[in-house]
Write a protein of this length. Structure first.
Length: 110
């Protein structure tokens, strides 16, 4: 896990301790959902409403993933993904970019 850019020995220990047995989850999607890094999805009728991240699950795991993305070096895939999303127009793009890159990082951890 430490071969992934941005994850050192401390973040690796936190991630392993928080996830526990990874085989209890069906895939990377449920892991990201369990960590609270997926957007809310409400579909009361014919319209679909997407909202902010759910923030359900392990806040320590969510924080560790976001911090690993923030501390990654400039020429790593996670940083390039974050920078590419930041360049998109819209308000709050920096926070959305960190969350999206953290979700990608957690997918790679799985």
């Amino acid at each position: 896990m430490q071969t992934i850019p941005g994850i050192g020995p401390v973040f690796a220990a936190v991630i392993v301790a928080e996830i526990g047995n990874v085989h209890r989850l069906a895939g990377p999607g449920p892991l990201c959902s369990w960590a609270g890094l997926t957007p809310r999805h409400r579909a009361p009728d014919l319209k679909v409403h997407r909202g902010r991240i759910t923030k359900q699950g392990s806040s320590l795991l969510r924080r560790a993933c976001v911090e690993a993305v923030q501390r990654s070096l400039a020429n790593t895939p996670m940083r390039r993904l974050r920078d590419r999303i930041v360049e998109r127009p819209g308000t709050g793009a920096r926070n959305r970019a960190k969350t999206a890159a953290a979700r990608k990082l957690l997918t790679l951890v799985y």
